[in-house]
Design a protein around this ligand. Structure first.
Ligand code: HEC
Ligand code: HEC
Ligand code: HEC
Ligand code: HEC
Ligand code: HEC
Ligand code: HEC
Ligand code: HEC
Length: 403
């Protein structure tokens, strides 16, 4: 009896000690034991880590703590007026940020910013309700430095019921797991909800991280930690070994619109996979098909002669996958000229600007900025829809090229 007690005590102690060790030493990725997490890459790939951690990809979703959230909460414009009795105010309360609805000066409801989507042109946020996320009705737009309606939201009344589904996270994050509540019917907390899927908050891996693009890398990390003298990559897919379509697919996964028929979750895609196994496009790329400038760089680029005739252009021709799109337009001109040596514009074009301007501005004329047809927004007190403007990836000759 006594022996058993001691044995039991030892077992408990060992279990306790090993669990402590696990918690402090070993990072456990919500995606499973095949994944190592981005932090583990720093020690061997500092350059890539430093670039990528500052990129919009890494910030495509983030917890809504101050520092991650754009926009004014106390000074300047932080009120959206729906009508003379109804307004929504962006407020900071203690350490949290809220959208607070007032009717006739009285607070009616308040929703906390929990997760932010985006940083470059716009930022929209979600709040938690019944184990799902819902979009806040007002978003922040950098082009106007101000708050305005979230895309598709009304400007005459507040709306809090748009669920932000797993699909959004499949392009804006590296993991999120949901489960079907019917399998958990004993759980009385979940029974009251009408929707079937509930999101498990603990499983979110924010942003598009290293392993979202490179695939699970735990084996790679373990191998190189054990074999520091090996300088050739082990247990990781090299983009160099992929064919053109595979390289394109790795970006088109999230940059080819969202109107296809889905077969598999985007989260399951690994470099080297074929996108056509994940979704089928319902619209084919023809000369005249109109694709939106938002979120569809791949199919717009696919319509360009440069892409078709060169037979080698891909996203990496112009972008470093670890960095944001360069803002230096002249740097793209150099890339254009790598394929267009001996280029001669006609007299009329040459008259529109000096030679050096013409040489540095290829993109202004041949990849002009266009309004998105999918995304519009409305400012407080305005009846008018404002445009969301992005550069097209359909490289071509545009009639209004004169600038
Ligand atoms: C202990 C060192 C070590 C760690 C940690 C490590 N790597 Fe590597 N990795 C290497 C070595 C060595 C190479 C081969 C030389 C090179 O390309 O830098 C390599 C190459 C790569 C390549 C290029 C493969 C190719 O052939 O094109 C990728 C991609 C990569 N690693 C991703 C990752 C990711 C993602 C992580 C973190 C999850 C990571 N590595 C962590 C050592 C490491
Ligand atoms: C898992 C989805 C996903 C994949 C895969 C992906 N992207 Fe993105 N990309 C996004 C999202 C979402 C954004 C917008 C991020 C933001 O601003 O919040 C973005 C933004 C960008 C930007 C603009 C960044 C800036 O601020 O200028 C470029 C350029 C880009 N992606 C290129 C690529 C290339 C090249 C690849 C393939 C190597 C790729 N992306 C793969 C989802 C993805
Ligand atoms: C948006 C997708 C994307 C993300 C996120 C990403 N990579 Fe890459 N990475 C690529 C692509 C595509 C290449 C191939 C580039 C080429 O062929 O020029 C690459 C190449 C590499 C290489 C080979 C050397 C080089 O720089 O070309 C290493 C190492 C690497 N990545 C590590 C990382 C690490 C570490 C992270 C996270 C800190 C990361 N990558 C995040 C897409 C990505
Ligand atoms: C098929 C992939 C995909 C899906 C699904 C998707 N997005 Fe995006 N989203 C992108 C890409 C790519 C960009 C950046 C480039 C662009 O606008 O063309 C982007 C841009 C954004 C931006 C602006 C980011 C910035 O930095 O300017 C916001 C906000 C956003 N998305 C929110 C959402 C929300 C909310 C959902 C779900 C309702 C969603 N997205 C669904 C791919 C996607
Ligand atoms: C990888 C090589 C490559 C790159 C990089 C490239 N192009 Fe091209 N581009 C081509 C080829 C090939 C054609 C087709 C020429 C033909 O029809 O004989 C073409 C055609 C064009 C045309 C004529 C389009 C039409 O519809 O008639 C324009 C304009 C053009 N390119 C501008 C650019 C600009 C601007 C850039 C940089 C942003 C660029 N190209 C980058 C290879 C390239
Ligand atoms: C011929 C060069 C070229 C190629 C190829 C190219 N891009 Fe771009 N990309 C640009 C330019 C130029 C910009 C705009 C930079 C600016 O205006 O600040 C840009 C911007 C972007 C942006 C940010 C959108 C915005 O307006 O902020 C995304 C996202 C993007 N590219 C994704 C891709 C993807 C995905 C591919 C491959 C399907 C790709 N690009 C191929 C030249 C290119
Ligand atoms: C002021 C606007 C403007 C700028 C800047 C500009 N282009 Fe053009 N480009 C045009 C117009 C207009 C045409 C059609 C008439 C012509 O050929 O001059 C054209 C035609 C072309 C063609 C097709 C020529 C052919 O013979 O089929 C190519 C390729 C091209 N441009 C590439 C470039 C490159 C590369 C740059 C930057 C070095 C550039 N353009 C800068 C306006 C511009």
């Amino acid at each position: 009896m006594k022996k058993n007690c001691i044995l039991f005590a030892i077992v408990v102690l060992v279990a306790f000690l090993t669990s402590c060790k696990n918690e402090s030493d070993e990072y456990i990725d919500p995606r499973g034991t095949d994944y190592a997490g981005s932090e583990s890459c720093i020690q061997c790939h500092q350059t890539q880590y430093e670039m990528a951690s500052k990129s919009s990809h890494f910030k495509a979703t983030a917890p809504a703590i101050s520092g991650n959230v754009l926009g004014d909460f106390d000074k300047g414009n932080h009120t959206f007026i729906y009508d003379k009795n109804t307004k929504l105010v962006m407020e900071k309360r203690n350490d949290s940020l809220y959208q607070v609805l007032y009717k006739n000066g009285k607070e009616v409801e308040a929703h906390r910013f929990e997760i932010v989507f985006g940083t470059k042109h716009a930022q929209t946020s979600v709040y938690w309700r019944d184990h799902n996320t819902y979009e806040l009705p007002i978003s922040y737009y950098n082009s106007i430095n101000n708050w305005a309606t979230s895309p598709g939201f009304p400007a005459d009344k507040p709306y809090f019921d748009r669920m932000v589904v797993k699909d959004c996270y499949s392009c804006h994050s590296s993991n999120i797991s949901s489960r079907n509540i019917n399998q958990n019917s004993q759980d009385k907390n979940f029974l009251s909800i009408e929707v079937e899927d509930v999101i498990d908050k603990k499983t979110i891996v924010y942003g598009i991280d290293c392993e979202r693009c490179h695939g699970p890398a735990k084996k790679h990390v373990d191998f190189h930690l054990k074999n520091p003298d090996v300088k050739t990559a082990n247990s990781i897919t090299s983009f160099k070994t992929l064919n053109r379509q595979q390289k394109l697919d790795a970006c088109a996964l999230c940059h080819a619109g969202n109107d296809g028929m889905k077969m598999k979750s985007r989260f399951d895609f690994k470099p080297g996979d074929n996108l056509s196994d994940f979704y089928r496009n319902t619209r084919s790329v023809t000369d005249t098909a109109q694709f939106d400038v938002h979120g569809n760089q791949f199919r717009l680029m696919s319509q360009s002669k440069c892409f078709i005739k060169s037979e080698k252009m891909d996203c990496i021709t112009c972008h470093n996958p670890h960095e944001n799109a360069s803002k230096n337009l002249a740097s793209y001109s150099k890339i254009c000229m790598s394929c267009h040596q001996g280029l001669k514009h006609n007299e009329t074009t040459l008259k529109t600007m000096s030679g050096s301007l013409l040489a540095n501005n290829c993109v202004e004329c041949h990849m002009p900025k266009k309004s998105s047809g999918a995304i519009k927004f409305q400012l407080s007190d305005s009846k008018q829809l404002s445009n969301y403007i992005l550069r097209t990836h359909k490289i071509g000759i545009y009639s209004n090229n004169k600038k």
